[in-house]
Design a protein around this ligand. Structure first.
Ligand code: HEC
Ligand code: HEC
Ligand code: HEC
Ligand code: HEC
Ligand code: HEC
Length: 433
């Protein structure tokens, strides 16, 4: 099923496992083999452009490979995010609230008992990517499910370090995953001097500064699938390519410019209403008996939304004096794919960077007294369906409890992005015309 070379590459599928048939596991396996080869290609290209970084920075990354620096204090050797926090408090505080810190999630590991060890470690290639975070055996896996149920919120830099530690995999896409290889720290060019290359410093043997940290390519190993596995011309995760084709690439506005402003480790995206509002320009109104809502993608560096997992709905409703809906229309913004003897794209109504769209409800009824405009976001739409299917299939025990937690969490992520109610005197309008 898996080609032998698999352990070196992220095979990945995750946001991409629609489960319309309920045959989740088997589909996943079908998908794994071809994708594995494709992503091997990407890992190599990524390595080639990282001039200042070690060639294998993203393929099979290990933070503690090679001789351990014997003159370091315990805190400098410690890879846990709480340890980094002792000296990098600001980055820790921001990262802790980000989805990267929550990537070792109940929804992820609740699926693990149904897969074998190597499949699980493949998922970790993006969700907890270091060699130090991999499972060595099924016993560790079972233990991690229990621990996750007891310890939902893991990170506390104030606690006595030794007591606050969870195994490193619980820290998901942790500091060391992006910054430590072979014991050395790598980061962007030094803040005040702009210096790159090896820089001496008072802690952890200094660090290596590299401009690669400021470029979109740095994020690609987890946020872009290879072109070879395109469905209808586009891989299921195509964020980097979408960015390359946008004006942001030519203007040098990288992923970090929007997701890490001033180097802050926020990584906010579709789960944060304020971030989404900043990326869009939304307006609504009524003209000549037609209600319209316009959306323009003004500051999003890729398709809105970029993944196949979220769903956005737009609705316009004509209401009578009592608030009853007289006439209404609803639209979807998102990409729908399904597996049926191969992946198929059902529809793709996502908005490209710079695109502007208008949604209209024409011929408003004469009894209408107002029009309600809404835009709603369901960030985890795909996963909600997946969790429901897993629970319907009778998933139990610790895994079932974790999936139930994940389902609750996913429900709570839904939000209303925009709502506006505009008065309309239908009678008056039609009398005049
Ligand atoms: C190529 C990188 C990659 C791989 C490999 C990967 N994922 Fe993900 N996963 C992501 C990204 C990126 C997101 C966030 C998508 C979004 O913005 O909603 C995500 C989100 C998720 C979520 C929803 C958020 C959460 O953590 O609860 C689940 C569940 C999940 N993945 C499960 C899996 C499983 C199971 C596997 C292995 C079969 C897997 N993933 C493999 C990148 C990956
Ligand atoms: C004992 C304090 C201490 C601890 C613990 C510590 N660091 Fe540092 N770190 C420093 C100092 C001091 C610098 C140098 C800052 C400079 O020269 O601009 C630094 C620099 C860095 C840089 C480079 C910043 C840049 O400008 O590019 C990175 C990245 C980094 N540390 C990551 C980490 C990570 C990840 C951990 C935990 C695994 C960690 N550090 C633990 C003190 C610490
Ligand atoms: C997903 C990858 C990722 C993770 C996880 C991550 N960082 Fe960073 N970090 C970056 C990138 C990229 C930059 C450079 C951003 C830029 O230049 O715009 C950076 C910059 C830094 C800097 C330099 C900040 C400055 O103002 O000069 C430090 C220090 C640092 N990170 C420490 C940490 C610590 C500590 C953690 C964990 C609490 C962490 N990072 C988690 C990717 C990451
Ligand atoms: C090692 C893999 C990895 C790398 C490298 C990585 N990410 Fe992520 N990222 C993930 C995973 C996994 C998630 C989903 C976490 C979850 O919810 O389970 C995620 C989530 C996100 C989200 C939150 C999306 C949402 O749904 O709201 C943003 C934004 C993001 N990443 C941006 C970045 C940027 C920018 C970079 C580069 C500086 C980067 N990531 C590098 C793995 C990675
Ligand atoms: C010009 C600003 C901008 C740039 C550049 C940008 N993003 Fe985003 N990104 C956003 C905004 C705003 C959102 C929220 C709306 C949305 O989900 O599309 C977002 C959402 C996301 C999400 C949430 C998941 C989803 O389905 O939308 C991820 C993951 C993400 N970005 C990753 C990246 C990566 C990786 C890059 C670089 C290749 C990048 N972004 C470049 C502004 C930007």
């Amino acid at each position: 099923m898996h080609p032998p070379s698999l352990p070196h590459v992220p095979p990945s599928v995750c946001p991409a496992i629609p489960n319309h048939t309920g045959k989740y596991i088997s589909m996943l396996r079908k998908l794994f083999a071809p994708l594995a080869l494709g992503i091997a290609g990407i890992a190599l290209t990524a390595a080639a452009v990282h001039a200042d970084l070690p060639a294998a920075y993203w393929s099979h990354p290990a933070a503690t490979e090679g001789a351990s620096p014997h003159d370091w204090q315990a805190i400098e050797r410690d890879l846990s995010p709480e340890a980094c926090a002792q000296c990098h408090a600001a980055q820790f505080a921001d990262w802790k609230a980000s989805m990267h810190a929550r990537a070792f999630s109940p929804g992820l590991i609740g699926q693990f008992p149904q897969q074998d060890l190597s499949d699980n470690n493949d998922c970790l290639k993006c969700h907890a990517p270091l060699a130090e975070q991999k499972y060595k055996d099924m016993k560790q896996l079972t233990a991690s499910l229990k621990l996750k149920l007891q310890q939902q919120q893991g990170f506390n830099s104030d606690a006595e370090l030794r007591n606050s530690h969870l195994p490193l995999r619980h820290a998901g896409v942790t500091c060391a995953a992006c910054h430590v290889r072979g014991w050395q720290r790598f980061g962007p060019p030094q803040r005040n001097t702009g210096r790159s290359g090896k820089i001496d410093g008072p802690a952890h043997g200094g660090f290596t500064g590299s401009k690669e940290f400021e470029q979109s390519q740095f994020c690609a190993s987890c946020h872009q699938f290879p072109e070879e596995y395109a469905i209808n011309g586009k891989p299921l995760e195509n964020t980097m390519e979408e960015w390359k084709q946008s004006r942001f690439a030519s203007e040098g506005v990288h992923c970090q410019s929007c997701h890490m402003p001033d180097r802050k480790h926020l990584f906010k995206g579709i789960h944060d209403p304020a971030t989404v509002r900043e990326g869009l320009d939304i307006a609504s109104g009524i003209d000549h008996g037609t209600a319209s809502l316009s959306i323009a993608s003004i500051r999003i560096g890729h398709a809105f939304p970029t993944y196949v997992t979220p769903k956005v709905t737009v609705s316009i409703e004509a209401l009578d004096a009592q608030g009853n809906v007289l006439k209404q229309k609803e639209w979807e913004i998102g990409r729908h794919v399904a597996y049926d003897n191969g992946w198929q794209e059902i529809s793709d109504t996502r908005m490209l960077p710079g695109e502007k769209r208008s949604y209209e409800l024409a011929a408003l009824p004469s009894q209408a007294r107002s029009v309600r405009f809404r835009v709603d976001v369901i960030p985890d739409n795909f996963y909600k369906g997946l969790y429901r299917d897993l629970l319907d299939e009778g998933l139990q025990g610790d895994a079932g409890r974790l999936i139930l937690l994940a389902q609750d969490g996913a429900e709570q992520n839904d939000y209303q992005l925009y709502e506006h109610e505009e008065p309309f005197d239908g009678f008056e309008h039609y009398r005049k015309h």
